[in-house]
Design a protein around this ligand. Sequence first.
Ligand SMILES: [Fe+2]
Ligand SMILES: [Fe+2]
Length: 177
Amino acid sequence: MISLSKGPSMELPPGSVTGLLAACHANIRGRLAEARLLARATEWDERHHASARAIHDYFATAFPLHVQDEDERIGPELLEHHGVGKGPLLFELHDEHERAEELRVLLLADWARWRQEPGPVSRGHQHVLQRFARSTEVHLFREERVFFPLVDALPETTRIAIADAMVAARGGRRAAP
Ligand SMILES: [Fe+2]
Ligand SMILES: [Fe+2]
């Protein structure tokens, strides 16, 4: 998890919701890359278990917070400010979240087991991970192209309120899932 209290993210101006979202996207891509590496493991040692724990913790707790940000904290504001014409786009992005959820649940069971027990990694896991990673990358890229500009166009007061809600949802920590 990238802490926004350190590094370049610290310089995000108040209300930089897309800055927070972009940090989340970087974390998602990083954990997916780690999950792909883990899925290729043939011999297991403590490093693999530590990796499984980090991946499991990320997708069990941080990833759902990011989805909630978009569906519950941002989506309604976009509808209100940009009008119902954006409804179909928001519905499609929400539907992509729902489909990712089915794959996430399947993967979580393996990552949870590998916190303690060694593999082997099944072909089924690799197949589901590949589908999850590919569909997530398409989704993130689409959001960055069509969702982020809508967020940036929200009034500043609205963006500040959303950013505050994102921080509050993480217990007040400026950490980016
Ligand atoms: Fe999303
Ligand atoms: Fe996203």
